[in-house]
Design a protein around this ligand. Structure first.
Ligand SMILES: C[S@@+](CC[C@H](N)C(=O)[O-])C[C@H]1O[C@@H](n2cnc3c(N)ncnc32)[C@H](O)[C@@H]1O
Length: 412
């Protein structure tokens, strides 16, 4: 059957088959109950006006609201929804059945999947800051037969109701910090799944509540529309050359001119001389590099580039959508594109500036340590802002507005 003539059910099954294959390619296994929910909920009813073939693309979000060039609301991409639901179910002992769930950021589709997963003895509440989005979610949920999902219009930075407690809070907008309300609304052992930016890089973290702190159980590479309201935290970009940008965190200052000037100086390329298989989780390496370099360099930043700039060899980043980079004593350096030999690859770093060879060598040394240590995966600990230093686990500390984040690493 051609895509043109495929029924919604056929499109849905094809999408889920792709999602199962995508999981397998990443070394993940989709839980059967998540697969069953994905095969049940009619996604096209949450994307009115969009051709069903687009609604059922496994790798694409459907944009539902923009402010100028910026996307402020969407029905999230199925691959990401599927991974986050898997993270939630894995992190909750006994899975999702009978759980009480709060979703932050509404579109209706994910809330319906959650409704399927928690079953009749559970409940789903979804909150959105935007009245238009909330109204739309109410209408779509009713049309799809999920009218028992509660939709609230509010800024989720604050608790949605006095003394409400949830087993799971799943956040579907990009956060920079963990507001106290999210921890306070979780029961002991409850799980928060949230896309959180650390060192300018966003990961979906599944975090379990233990007393007044959270400890991560898993994390996945992801991207989301930005959080609005009192927890909004603008991402700033500095253009350092045509099609080449640095993503900066709060308080960071970079002179576009001076870093741009460095790019015209000779490039030093250093290799780690390692041989790694394609499934190596380089997102873990990137957080390792940022955490290690944070104490050693003037600034850790994120490099991104347009394809044209990469093709023109202006920069050769490992991943053009966000590669860890650093500035130190007038030298700029970053993780460079992989070097393949047969089916294995080597890691490398590029540098420009007066200490280019040493800087690239420093980054590569951290890559080798990561490989020698068994490619450790990051673990995130979230503590209240007032936690004394003595209470923090040994790791890299990132102080945010409401919380103290500590990154530690455990061998895979
Ligand atoms: C990617 S969309 C949600 C997708 C949805 N969960 C789905 O089923 O596909 C992100 C939503 O988060 C909402 N949002 C952003 N900041 C918020 C906040 N502080 N409180 C509640 N909702 C917020 C936006 O209005 C937007 O509709």
């Amino acid at each position: 059957m051609s895509v043109d003539t495929m029924s919604s059910e056929g499109l849905r099954d094809a999408m889920v088959d792709e999602l199962v294959a995508d999981h397998a390619a990443k070394g993940l296994t989709m839980r059967p109950e998540v697969e069953a929910a994905l095969r049940t909920v009619p996604r096209e009813l949450y994307t009115p006006g969009v051709p069903p073939e687009e609604a059922y693309r496994s790798d694409t979000a459907v944009i539902t609201k923009r402010h100028g060039d910026e996307t402020i609301s969407s029905v999230s991409a199925p691959w990401l929804i599927a991974e986050m639901l898997g993270q939630a179910a894995d992190a909750l002992d006994g899975g999702l059945t009978g759980r009480h769930v709060l979703e932050i950021g509404s579109g209706g589709y994910n809330a319906s999947l959650l409704r399927e997963l928690v079953g009749p003895s559970g409940s789903v509440t979804t909150v959105d800051i935007d009245p238009e989005v909330a109204e739309r979610a109410v209408a779509c949920l009713a049309a799809a037969g999920y009218g028992d999902v509660t939709v609230v219009c509010a800024d989720a930075e604050q608790p949605i109701g006095p003394s409400r407690r949830f087993d799971l809070i799943i956040v579907t907008a990009g956060a920079w910090d963990i507001p106290p309300a999210w921890i306070a609304q979780l029961g002991e052992g409850g799980v928060l799944v949230a896309p959180l930016r650390t060192f300018g890089m966003t990961r979906s973290w599944a975090l379990r509540r233990v007393g007044d702190r959270l400890v991560s159980q898993s994390q996945r590479l992801c991207g989301f529309v930005a959080m609005q309201g009192t927890g909004a935290h603008e991402v700033r970009y500095v253009d350092i050359a045509e099609g080449v940008h640095l993503r900066l965190d709060e308080g960071q200052q970079v002179s576009a001119e001076s870093v741009g000037g460095l790019l015209s100086q000779p490039r030093e390329q250093v290799w780690a001389e390692v041989s790694l298989p394609p499934r190596t989780v380089l997102a873990d390496l990137d957080l390792w590099l940022a955490a290690r370099l944070a104490d050693e360099v003037d600034q850790v930043v994120v490099l991104s580039a347009q394809q044209e700039a990469v093709d023109a060899d202006v920069v050769t980043p490992a991943w053009r959508f966000g590669t860890p980079a650093a500035l130190h004593e007038g030298t700029f350096f970053y993780r460079s594109a992989l070097r393949w030999a047969d089916d294995l690859f080597d890691l490398g770093a590029c540098a420009h500036g007066p200490n280019a060879a040493a800087a690239a060598g420093q980054m590569v040394a951290h890559m080798r340590t990561w490989v020698d240590a068994g490619q450790p995966a990051p673990v995130l600990h979230v503590l209240p802002a007032q936690a004394p230093d003595g209470d923090l686990p040994a790791g890299t500390v990132l102080d945010k507005r409401h919380s103290r984040l500590v990154l530690t690493f455990t061998p895979a």
